[in-house]
Design a protein around this ligand. Structure first.
Ligand code: 5RP
Length: 261
């Protein structure tokens, strides 16, 4: 692997543990002012000291994160659809590689929509982005998106999507947790992180999901709503970190959450 790609990846996936807690705050790119992200800076700033990387768009990066912040950036560079539009899968590349270099990012991220009318388009988006990012040593994170069809999150579909992403050159992949998740990881030759998905019933539920994902081979989480939609976001990110980096059980991590509340 190219030195620059390895170096940037090691900003995100911490060499000390081989794991990462990425904080996802890119939701507005198709959801608009998502609950608790209406004022993005207010939500993001207190969480920065605890996250290993921040996933977001250039608009929120420029307006809501100080350039002095030392957090590694994973820049979302796909978009072009909204929750009110015809099809969430109809995405293109929204941000140039020159812009990613200018913003000094550690990786660029885009969604692929396997099994949709826009499968071909979004897979070519990925392949082209890898072609463009590689010469600059910038890793590409592929997100195996499901749009509104949350029911699609099963082992067959996610294994297929993750493997295709890796085959097309993604440096790492973000997907959903599912039953038999170990099969998704085993058949994907690049590191896998999980999204948190919609806010779980309890903090403990989200911690259990993170724990199971790690136990079954994920290198970490790229979590959003289950952290910043929690009534106690800082205790929650500390608890997630305990699971990911300190091998805490869900119950031990839940104690971390309760103690920091
Ligand atoms: C949307 C994304 C989000 O960043 C992702 O879903 C992570 O956030 P959450 O944990 O809230 O699901 O990539 O396509």
């Amino acid at each position: 692997m190219d030195w620059g790609i390895k170096n940037r990846l090691s900003n995100i996936i911490k060499p000390e543990t081989g794991r990462t807690v990425m904080l996802a705050v890119d939701h507005g790119y198709f959801l608009g002012p998502t609950t608790k992200l209406e004022n993005a800076r207010k939500t993001i700033e207190p969480l920065l000291p605890y996250a290993d990387a921040l996933m977001l768009t250039r608009g929120i990066l420029r307006t809501s994160v100080d350039p002095e912040a030392s957090i590694p950036i994973v820049l979302r560079v796909s978009g072009g659809a909204s929750i009110t539009g015809k099809d969430l899968a109809n995405e293109g590349i929204t941000t140039s590689i020159e812009e990613a270099v200018r913003l000094n990012v550690s990786a660029v991220a885009l969604s692929i929509f396997v099994g949709t009318d826009y499968e071909h388009q979004t897979l070519l988006n990925l392949a082209c982005l890898v072609n463009e990012a590689q010469p600059y040593g910038i890793p590409v994170l592929a997100v195996t998106a499901v749009g509104k069809e949350l029911g699609k999150r099963d082992v067959r579909f996610l294994s297929l999507s993750c493997r295709i992403a890796a085959e097309l050159g993604a440096s790492f992949v973000k997907t959903y947790y599912c039953d038999e998740f170990e099969k998704v990881v085993e058949s994907c030759p690049v590191p896998v992180v999980i999204a948190g998905g919609p806010k779980s019933g309890t903090e403990l539920d989200a911690l259990k999901m993170a724990y199971d994902a790690i136990r079954k081979g994920a290198v970490g989480v790229d979590m959003g709503r289950n952290i910043w939609q929690s009534p106690c976001p800082i205790p929650m990110i500390k608890a997630v970190k305990a699971v990911v980096h300190e091998k805490a059980s869900p119950e031990e991590a839940h104690e971390v959450f309760k103690k920091n509340k």
